[in-house]
Design a protein around this ligand. Structure first.
Ligand code: TTJ
Length: 639
C-alpha cells in the first residue's frame, strides 16, 4: 500500500471500514440478495452513462472465479484530480462513501434508490476490485483490496483515442457474504428489466463458469417498456393489438407509460422510479390510476357507452386485465413506507396524471375501436363486480344470522380447538373416501374436491364466489376472505393439500396455492399451509413393506434389501391406488408422514407476484415451468 497518503484519506479508509462492519446498513443484507446488489450497484453507474446518451452497450461477465466484470463504452470515469479530495476522481468514486458517479454530467442518477450507495460500498465489500478506464488514448488502472488502494492510478497502455469506457472487476468477500456464488438467472432477470427500462441500451450477460462453454444472453429492446408490456402479456391474450405508449416531461419529471389489456381479470401494473422497482407504488402510480379512471369515464360518457343513469366505472373496473408499466425519472426521489419502496414525491403524481390524461384522451379519440373494446370490458367488469358484491353480501348475512353452514362434503373433526386440528383438501372423491376412512376423527377433517379447481387468475369474482369448491373451502376454513379475512376465526391450524404425486396433482396444488395466495395470503405467511407428500413406490419383500418418497429413496432401500426377484415394487400413480390403511401409514399419520410447509419470502413477495401473473396465464408452456419451479418457494420441512 502507498504510504504517502494524507490524514484526509486515512479518514476515507475508516469510512469504508464502517461499511465492512455493518454491511447490512449499506446493501440491505449479506445474503444472496445483497451479493447480487453489488452487481446492480456497478451496473447502475454504467446505466447512468447510457441515460445521458453516452453509452449504448454494457457487458456483464461472471468470470470462472466468480468475480464479475462490468464494461461500458461510455466516456470513462474521469481520471483527473478531483480538486476537493486531491486525488483522481475515479479514486474518489471507489474510496469515498456516498460519492456516487455524478460529476455534473447531466442526466438522472439511477442509483438513488433503496440501496443506491455507490461503487465505494462494492469496493469495501470485495476481496479485490480493479478498475480500468480508456480515455484520451490511454488505459488507466487502479486496484483495491478490501477497499484499500494498492497503488496510485497508473497508465498501463495505450488505445485508440476514439475508444473510451470503463471496466470494473470485483470479487465479493466471503468474510462478508453468506453466499458468494452468483446466480445467472437472478442477474438475467434484473438485467433484462434494466434493458426494458432503458430503450436502445444493449446489455450482454455472459457466464464463463461452465466447462461446456460460454453461456451468453443479450438484452436489447428498441421498444423499451412497450416491449416490456408485450413480454408480460406473452402468455396472455391481448384484447387489442396496440401497446399504448405515452411519454412526456413535466415539472422536471420524465414520464413513460406503456399499457395493454388482456382478456384476464387481474391487473399487473409495475412501477419504477429511476429504474428501481417500487412494489408498493406511490405517487407516480396514483397519478397513473387517477388519469386512466378519469379519462375512460369521460370518454365512455361522451361516446354514450355509459348512460347518464349508470354509475361511473371504478378504477378497478378499468384496470381489469390491464398490464402496465409506469416508469419515471426524477431528480431527487423520496422513498417512504416501512420498506422504503413507495414513492413520496408529490410532483410525480401531477406529472404522470397530466402526461397520461392528455395523451390517452388523444389516443382514444384517434382509435375509437380500441377505446370501445376497453370501455366494454370495463362495463362487464362493473356488472360482475356488482353481482359479486351481492353474492358476498348474501354469504355475509347468512354467516351472521344462522352461524355457519358447513359444506356437505366436509367430514369435520370433533375437536374444536383449531390448534389441534387439520384439514386435508383431497383431490377426487375416491381418494376423499379413503381419507375419510383413514383419518383420525378427532383432529383430522377431510374436504374432497372434484377435479381441477377454478383458476382464480382466469375467472371473474362473481364466478369465483359462485364456484362450489371455492365456497366449500372458504366456509370450511372459517376465516372469510379479502377484507373480511380474520385469522382468529381459522378452524384448522394446518391446511394440508393432498394431491396425486404426478403432473396433474402438481397442477391442482398450484391452483390451490394460487387461490390461497390471492384470497388469503395470511394463511401462507403465517405458515398454515402444507402440501402432503404421498409415496411414489411401495416395495414388498418377505412379508415386509417399505415406502419410498423419491427415486433416490427407492434406490437406497434396494441397496439395503438387495435387488432380486423377491422384490415386489409398485409405482403409485395416484392416491386412489392406496387403501385407507396405506394412506394413513404413508401420508396422513402425524407420526410418520412428510409434510412440506409452504412459505413465502416477504422481501421477494413482489417477485412472486410477478411470477404468478406471468406464469398462470392462458398458454400451457409457462405454467408447466411454474409447476416445475414450485419447489423454489416450497420449503422442505419434515414434520
Ligand atoms: C461523469 O462525467 C464525466 C464523464 O464521465 C462520467 C462518468 O462517470 N461516466 C461513467 C462512469 N461511465 N461509466 C461509469 C462507470 C462504469 C462502471 C462499470 C462502474 C462505475 C463505478 C462507473
Amino acid at each position: 500500500m502507498n504510504t504517502d497518503y494524507t490524514a484526509d484519506q486515512i479518514q476515507i479508509l475508516e469510512g469504508l471500514e464502517a461499511v465492512r462492519k455493518r454491511p447490512g446498513m449499506y446493501i440491505g443484507s449479506t445474503s444472496s440478495r445483497g451479493l447480487h446488489h453489488l452487481v446492480y450497484e456497478i451496473v447502475d453507474n454504467a446505466v447512468d452513462e447510457a441515460l445521458g446518451g453516452y453509452c449504448d452497450t454494457i457487458d456483464v461477465t461472471i468470470n470462472a472465479d466468480n468475480s464479475v466484470t462490468v464494461i461500458d463504452n461510455g466516456r470513462g470515469i474521469p481520471v483527473g484530480i478531483n480538486q476537493k479530495a486531491g486525488i483522481p476522481a475515479v479514486e474518489v468514486v471507489f474510496t469515498i462513501l456516498h460519492a456516487g458517479g455524478k460529476f455534473g454530467g447531466g442526466g438522472y442518477k439511477v442509483s438513488g434508490g433503496l440501496h443506491g450507495v455507490g461503487a465505494s460500498v462494492v469496493n469495501a465489500l470485495s476481496i479485490w476490485l480493479e478498475v480500468e478506464i480508456r480515455i484520451d488514448g490511454k488505459i488507466h488502472k487502479q486496484r483495491y483490496e478490501r477497499g484499500q488502494v494498492c497503488y496510485p492510478l497508473k497508465v498501463i497502455g495505450t488505445c485508440d483515442p476514439d475508444e473510451t469506457g470503463s471496466k470494473v472487476t470485483f470479487l465479493p468477500d466471503p468474510d462478508i457474504f453468506e453466499e458468494t456464488i452468483f446466480d445467472y438467472d437472478i442477474l438475467k432477470q434484473r438485467l433484462r428489466e434494466m434493458a426494458f427500462l432503458t430503450k436502445d441500451l444493449k446489455i450482454i450477460l455472459r457466464d464463463l463458469r461452465h466447462e461446456e462453454g460460454v453461456v451468453e444472453k443479450t438484452f436489447h429492446y428498441e421498444g423499451g417498456i412497450r416491449e416490456f408490456v408485450t413480454y408480460l402479456n406473452r402468455s396472455k391474450t391481448p384484447i387489442y393489438p396496440d401497446v399504448l405508449y405515452f411519454e412526456g416531461k413535466k415539472d422536471n419529471v420524465y414520464v413513460e407509460v406503456a399499457m395493454q389489456h388482456n382478456d384476464s381479470y387481474t391487473e399487473s401494473a409495475y412501477s419504477f422510479v429511476n429504474n428501481i422497482n417500487t412494489p408498493e407504488g406511490g405517487t407516480h402510480l396514483a397519478g397513473f390510476r387517477n388519469a386512466i379512471t378519469k379519462t375512460f369515464n369521460d370518454y365512455a360518457r361522451t361516446a354514450k357507452l355509459l348512460k347518464d343513469s349508470e354509475a361511473n366505472l371504478s378504477g378497478d373496473d378499468i384496470r381489469e386485465g390491464l398490464t402496465a408499466i409506469v416508469s419515471i425519472k426524477i431528480e431527487d426521489p423520496q422513498f417512504e413506507g416501512q420498506t422504503k419502496q413507495k414513492l413520496g414525491n408529490s410532483e410525480a403524481r401531477g406529472a404522470v396524471d397530466s402526461v397520461v390524461s392528455e395523451q390517452l384522451t388523444y389516443y382514444l379519440e384517434q382509435n375509437p375501436s380500441v377505446a370501445k373494446q376497453i370501455c366494454e370490458k370495463s362495463i362487464l367488469a362493473q356488472r360482475a363486480r356488482e353481482a359479486a358484491r351481492k353474492a358476498r353480501d348474501l354469504t355475509r348475512r347468512k354467516t351472521a344470522l344462522d352461524g355457519m353452514t358447513l359444506p356437505g362434503k366436509l367430514a369435520d373433526c370433533s375437536d374444536k380447538n383449531p390448534e389441534n386440528c387439520e384439514i386435508f383438501i383431497v383431490e377426487g372423491d375416491s381418494a376423499g373416501g379413503s381419507a375419510k376412512t383413514a383419518r383420525s376423527r378427532a383432529t383430522q377433517a377431510i374436504l374432497p374436491l372434484r377435479g381441477k379447481i377454478l383458476n382464480v387468475e382466469k375467472a371473474r369474482l362473481d364466478k369465483i364466489y359462485g364456484n362450489a369448491e371455492i365456497k366449500a373451502m372458504i366456509t370450511a376454513f372459517g376465516t372469510g376472505i379479502h377484507e373480511d379475512f380474520d385469522i382468529t376465526k381459522l378452524r384448522y391450524g394446518k391446511i394440508i393439500i393432498m394431491t396425486d404425486a404426478d403432473v396433474d396433482g402438481a397442477h391442482i396444488a398450484t391452483l390451490m396455492l394460487t387461490f390461497l395466495y390471492r384470497f388469503m395470503p395470511e394463511l401462507i405467511k403465517k405458515g398454515h399451509v402444507y402440501l402432503a407428500k404421498p409415496p411414489l413406490y411401495k416395495l414388498e419383500k418377505n412379508k415386509k413393506t417399505w415406502y419410498a418418497y423419491s427415486d433416490e429413496e427407492l434406490a437406497a432401500i434396494l441397496d439395503e434389501v438387495g435387488r432380486d426377484q423377491n422384490n415386489k415394487i409398485q409405482r403409485y400413480k395416484g392416491l386412489g391406488e392406496m387403501d385407507a390403511d396405506q394412506l394413513w401409514d404413508t401420508t396422513m399419520d402425524p407420526e410418520k408422514r412428510i409434510l412440506l410447509k409452504v412459505s413465502m419470502d416477504e422481501e421477494a413477495e413482489s417477485e412472486i407476484d410477478l411470477t404468478f401473473t406471468t406464469l398462470m396465464g392462458d398458454k400451457v408452456e409457462p405454467r408447466r415451468e411454474f409447476i416445475e419451479a414450485n419447489a423454489q418457494f416450497v420449503k422442505n420441512l419434515d414434520i
